[in-house]
Write a protein of this length. Structure first.
Length: 384
């Protein structure tokens, strides 16, 4: 490989949210990669830092074009310039949209298991989470459309937060599935926020379908949240965008983002984004190959050494969703695992009621770190 993803970088004592822990703890919990970002991104940030003046920043045509070119080239989705609005992050954007597009005590639908912070964006703003469980056959997750329509028909449900691709299961939704979601939401007067932050971390050769590209209906009722931060490991830069094709809906979202003061870029946000989308594609392709090999290694290791644990099939994200033996609580398992071995992962309870029998493991690390994690997991299982 041209890029060295095997290199271990010591992140302790660097104010790292992930690594600020005891010395014997191995953190594979939060979705933060242990790889240095693409060289082109690092160079752009260093160049900006060396300039030495860090005043207020704006975004313009170069930033817009970097998104437009990337989504056209990699995902065959043509984004119009006027559809794009800068935001400091996907979660700030989601929280702002929840406040702007719903009223207090209304319900916001999420398909569980789903990213745990969605619940924060709903509950912290005085709205009510409506869990619509995905169907699970023991190996794969699919959408239970009968259940979904029943939940969407609730007169108190006015918004759906979609995870595309899905976190934590790693499922890539098909175009037909997304289009049907759009039809059902349109039928019941429900707007859709589509979190697509994991869209570029996929199995090599596999792409995803943007929700707004699935149909004209999907485009007309949706706010898509996109960003380079997850796939290029630059979450601390705080840079993202929302894509809103419908003019009326876009104005409401724009008003919400600006009212909440989450629509202004920091001094590195624009340069990092432009560098990533314009020059980081080769790096990203090799990253996906490395993560794919990590996923195969972890799945094989668990199958051979951790009886009772099963890895769920996934085509996206760098997260491993693991089913525990029936009756084992995910939070309890994760807590005891950390206490006994130092391996820090997340219990599936955080992702809704359907995640209580699961755990989530971050695979985005050098292989030697993942090997250490698997050995700790094996040792813990043998002592249960």
């Amino acid at each position: 490989m041209k890029y060295d993803f095997d290199r271990v970088i010591d992140r302790r004592n660097t104010n790292s949210y992930k690594w600020d822990s005891e010395k014997d703890v191995l953190p594979l919990w939060v979705a933060d990669m242990d790889f240095e970002t693409a060289p082109c991104v690092k160079e752009a940030i260093v160049k900006k830092a060396q300039f030495g003046i860090f005043g207020y920043s704006i975004y313009g045509e170069e930033w817009e074009q970097s998104y437009i070119s990337w989504w056209k080239r990699r995902h065959n989705f043509e984004i119009k310039r006027e559809w794009l609005i800068f935001t400091t992050g996907i979660i700030p954007a989601i929280s702002s949209c929840v406040r702007k597009l719903t009223t207090a005590a209304e319900k916001v639908l999420v398909q569980t298991p789903c990213y745990n912070i969605f619940f924060n964006s709903i509950v912290n703003n005085g709205r009510v989470p409506l869990e619509s469980p995905l169907a699970f056959d023991g190996t794969n997750y699919t959408i239970d459309f009968n259940r979904l329509e029943k939940d969407l028909s609730d007169p108190q449900c006015s918004l759906m937060i979609l995870c595309n691709p899905q976190n934590p299961t790693g499922t890539i939704w098909k175009k037909e599935e997304l289009a049907r979601i759009g039809e059902l939401c349109k039928k019941h007067g429900v707007k859709v926020i589509s979190d697509e932050i994991h869209c570029d971390v996929t199995v090599p050769g596999k792409s995803y379908i943007p929700f707004a590209a699935a149909s004209d209906v999907c485009a007309s009722i949706s706010v898509s949240c996109i960003s380079p931060t997850k796939c290029f490991n630059i979450a601390g830069i705080n840079t993202a965008a929302v894509v809103v094709p419908d003019e009326f809906l876009r104005h409401k979202v724009w008003r919400g983002l600006n009212t909440d003061e989450v629509a202004e870029p920091n001094v590195f946000a624009i340069d990092a984004t432009v560098a990533a989308f314009n020059g980081g594609e080769d790096w990203l392709n090799q990253l996906n190959e490395y993560i794919y090999e990590n996923r195969k290694f972890a799945a094989d290791y668990i199958a051979q050494n951790c009886k009772g644990l099963s890895v769920i099939n996934a085509e996206a994200t760098y997260l491993l969703w693991v089913k525990l033996p029936d009756g084992i609580d995910g939070n309890v398992f994760a807590q005891r695992l950390k206490e006994k071995t130092g391996l820090f992962i997340i219990g599936g309870n955080e992702y809704g009621k359907t995640g209580e029998n699961f755990v989530r493991i971050n695979l985005a690390c050098p292989r030697i770190i993942l090997e250490d994690a698997m050995e700790r997991l094996k040792k813990f299982k043998l002592t249960l």
